[in-house]
Design a protein. Structure first.
Length: 143
């Protein structure tokens, strides 16, 4: 079992491989969903001297304990759920679900209701599973 500092460090390594520069580690991500096999990720991590003794259970611990749910393991494959800067990860267009959620603050609500959402520089992802709360934000009331 990894301590908290090692877990954070391994999470950063996994992020680098699965979201940003897989080619630097000899990893080829599936161009459709950005996944690779758990064994491929494990071998790439173990090739780094600091991580030679890492085990699959350590990777699973990182996935399980990630407060932002950065990673997903399904069917023996692992992927970063969002934040890809790697050019090969592409998602096929799909019809959105019947209900979409958009988090915002109270100050922006009147403009959104009047003009709709503006594209801006947003990153959007749609979960394949039931909606879950990613992160709670403290609401500060203005007096």
């Amino acid at each position: 079992m990894l301590n908290q500092a090692m877990e954070k460090s391994l999470s950063k390594m996994m992020t680098k491989i699965l979201r940003h520069t897989p080619e630097d580690f000899g990893v080829v991500l599936d161009p459709v969903d950005g996944s690779c096999t758990l064994s491929t990720l494990l071998e790439a991590i173990q090739a780094q001297p600091k991580w030679a003794l890492v085990r699959q259970e350590d990777i699973e611990q990182v996935v399980r304990n990630s407060d932002k749910q950065r990673f997903e393991i399904e069917g023996g494959r692992i992927r970063a759920r969002y934040g890809h800067s790697h050019y090969k990860v592409q998602y096929a267009p799909a019809d959105p679900p019947a209900i979409l959620y958009h988090g915002t603050n109270k100050k922006a609500l009147p403009s959104i209701l009047k003009e709709g959402l503006s594209p801006m520089s947003r990153h959007m992802f749609i979960c394949r599973k039931a909606p879950i709360l990613q992160r709670s934000r403290e609401v500060v009331e203005e007096s």
